[in-house]
Design a protein around this ligand. Structure first.
Ligand code: NAG
Ligand code: NAG
Ligand code: NAG
Ligand code: NAG
Length: 453
């Protein structure tokens, strides 16, 4: 049985991949995946509005939604018996339910062997799965693995270093939150009374969500702070349901960048309009978020972004903002400043980039590449070279060389020098519409709206 549903959306389309939430695109008819599968069991329909027991992604980025003895795999499709994938959970607790689950983030130290494992909590037991296989020795008592964390939890979610101060796990029980430091195995108890009691918790693309009933609330994993208008109904965002979506029509943003950069911690971003997209976390899906989500002081579109040391330099018109690349990004005192004062050049510029372990920033302005030595005092223009390429939108220097973006294409040069001396442009590459979650010249370049997810 093939049914077609139309989705309406005020916001940016979400990723289409299996790993990403429902796509909302007014012009796309989305087939509900026909499932004449013997696993199918109509006992639960998540589009009726479900309070999930647990939500957790696996090492491949597939997200599981648990309710009772059922599980949904991914952001669309029907439920199946959880025992098909996680047999031992059911053996232990026949027809019961999981209390909580999270995906371990632990890349440091001995315990690295746990990285990307899913930990399930049932009553007083914990189960560790990897590749849908229960690890030897499990189940164990929760306190054997997570000392001082209570049994019969409501929710759990990982919080990697960078988002929290250390690699941590947040455990929820009633209105209490236990922040567990993975390395020291110590617990800090917190009370975030403004946050609803979470029945499941989920981290998606560096954002933390508390689910309660069929609603969810986004929260800051360090302070518990809630910013924005919440709760929101999960059916509009985290699953594909008929008659749910974000409202009136919008398409994906055009494949045209304003800026692109990778910070010293390896976080890679592309900027278009008032949104950014992370490029290095593709496993879990892709999504455009408002720039203000990470860089509160930036409003509107950026012209150029580059990383130098542990800082991110963001140029807009004749101003420059410098952020410290810790999480959260913090604007350095005294900024924004005039670009002239910081780099000795006038805005606006088109692009800027720095190659690894260098201290010379290459700024593209008009059809020139200006080189400025950031280590020199005072900073001044070192060289100014004409470049063979016009209408540059964005540029980055990475392992492949210098990538120069023009509309939906980019050119790769082995080095900044080669970019400057080239007489003819190399063959262009097409921007991946999947990676950048964008659409080739749609003709309809509407302003990009902020996505409240
Ligand atoms: C899973 O659970 C269902 C319902 O209890 C049962 O019919 C089925 O045999 C179980 N499958 C496995 C593989 O244990
Ligand atoms: C994952 O599990 C499957 C079947 O259980 C097995 O064939 C495969 O080799 C495993 N993959 C890894 C990476 O361990
Ligand atoms: C939240 O949990 C506490 C117990 O920790 C309970 O007293 C309270 O009633 C719960 N609130 C709601 C709205 O369920
Ligand atoms: C969900 O949120 C709406 C408001 O957005 C509220 O009216 C409703 O009671 C909430 N439901 C649950 C189960 O939290």
């Amino acid at each position: 049985m093939k049914q077609l549903f139309l989705f309406l959306c005020t916001c940016l389309a979400l990723a289409v991949s299996f790993a990403a939430p429902a796509q909302h695109d007014v012009e796309t008819a989305v087939p509900s995946e026909p499932q004449e599968d013997s696993h199918y069991d109509a006992k639960f329909d998540r589009c009726e509005g479900i309070e999930f027991d647990a939500i957790v992604p696996d090492e491949k980025g597939n997200t599981f939604f648990f309710k009772g003895d059922h599980v949904w795999k991914g952001f669309s499709g029907p439920a199946e018996h959880a025992n098909i994938t996680f047999k031992e959970l059911d053996d232990y607790h026949h027809l019961g339910h999981v209390d909580a689950a999270f995906r371990m983030h632990n890349k440091d130290g001995d315990a690295q062997k746990d990285h990307d494992h899913i930990f399930f909590f049932l009553d007083d037991k914990v189960f560790s799965y990897y590749n849908s296989t229960l690890e030897d020795g499990f189940p164990m008592e929760i306190q054997q693995v997570f000392p001082e964390v209570p049994s019969r939890l409501d929710a759990a979610v990982e919080c990697p270093k960078g988002e929290c101060t250390t690699d941590s796990v947040l455990f929820f029980k009633g209105d209490e939150v236990y922040s567990f430091d993975i390395k020291t195995k110590t617990v800090k108890k917190k009370v975030w009374s403004h946050l609803p009691n979470c029945t499941s918790a989920f981290r998606w693309l560096q954002h933390h969500y508390c689910f309660h009933g069929n609603n969810f609330t986004r929260f800051d994993p360090v302070s518990g702070k809630v910013e924005g208008s919440y709760p929101k109904d999960a059916r509009h965002y985290f699953m594909r349901c008929p008659n749910f979506g974000h409202g009136a029509g919008h398409r994906k943003p055009p494949c045209k960048l304003d800026a692109i950069s990778t910070d010293d911690t390896g976080k890679s971003y592309a900027f278009t309009g008032n949104t950014y997209i992370r490029l290095d976390t593709h496993r879990d899906g892709t999504h455009h978020f408002p720039i203000t989500r990470l860089w509160k002081e930036i409003s509107g579109k950026l012209d150029a972004v580059f990383a130098y040391g542990d800082k991110l330099y963001m140029i807009q018109g004749s101003q420059i903002y410098i952020y410290k690349s810790a999480t959260p990004y913090t604007l350095i005192e005294g900024y924004p400043k005039p670009l002239k004062e910081e780099l000795g050049i006038e805005g606006p510029v088109k692009a800027a980039f720095l190659c690894a372990n260098q201290h010379v920033v290459h700024v593209i302005k008009g059809q020139k590449m200006i080189e400025i030595d950031l280590a020199a005092t005072p900073r001044a223009v070192k060289t100014e070279l004409p470049i063979p390429i016009t209408d540059v939108d964005a540029a980055i220097c990475d392992d492949d060389g210098v990538k120069v973006f023009v509309d939906s294409q980019y050119y790769v040069y082995q080095s900044p020098r080669i970019l400057a001396v080239s007489k003819i442009n190399p063959l262009p590459h097409r921007m991946s519409s999947e990676k950048f979650e964008c659409e080739y010249d749609s003709g309809l370049q509407k302003p990009i709206l902020q996505l409240p997810l």
